[in-house]
Design a protein around this ligand. Sequence first.
Ligand code: XBP
Ligand code: MG
Length: 233
Amino acid sequence: KLQALIFDVDGTLAETERDGHRLAFNQAFNQAQLTWDWSVSIYGQLLTVAGGKERIRFYLEQYNPQFEKPTNLAQFITQLHQSKTEFYQELLSQGEIPLRPGVKRLIEEARSQGIRIAIATTSALPNVLALLERTLDPTWFEVIAAGDIVPAKKPAPDIYNYVLDKLGLTPSECLVFEDSFHGLQAATKAGLKTIVTVNDYTKNQDFSEAILVLDHLGESDLPSTVIRGDLRN
Ligand code: XBP
Ligand code: MG
């Protein structure tokens, strides 16, 4: 029987990447007097690496190798990322990043049926809490697994294994919601079934391992279908 829904955050609960995280990275670069500017299309390529700190490091290696690296690169990236997190929260507090269609309805229906809900994300915890505080309620989520809580980020399955362990459930008792290939890989490797809702950055990715691929969760009878577990076999 279905016991819990596990949600990815970025791209799944809300379209946070293009006009959220991306802008916050650029604001942090600007404040640090770096001339880097991540366009919408470059950012799409950088999204192949999950995690903000990991993404900055990847950018330096692959797109900006001529940049003279400071001696303590890890610390430099951590500080830059911290500043990005502050800018991101400022963006969220302006209320311009709403939930995707159907998300709230599905979560409310799950709760009303006693189905447990959890989060598995690569994003930093303060970012997730800021979004949930504005749009839902963080206390609804029994487990919020975020950021560096596991060292190996998606597409590694670790974050999903962590959530399963905390919930005390087996993969067959849960259903995952993701928006990206690397998120789907992480969940699949943990033995979990996944529904994918695509967005502009992910719509051409390979989702053959998903049990269902949708444009969004707004479809009329989807919440009840999900909760009844009709999709799981
Ligand atoms: C989310 C990410 C994150 C965000 C930035 O992936 O890849 O890196 O872009 O977040 P997923 P931080 O949706 O698969 O969890 O800067 O807080 O790391
Ligand atoms: Mg995502």
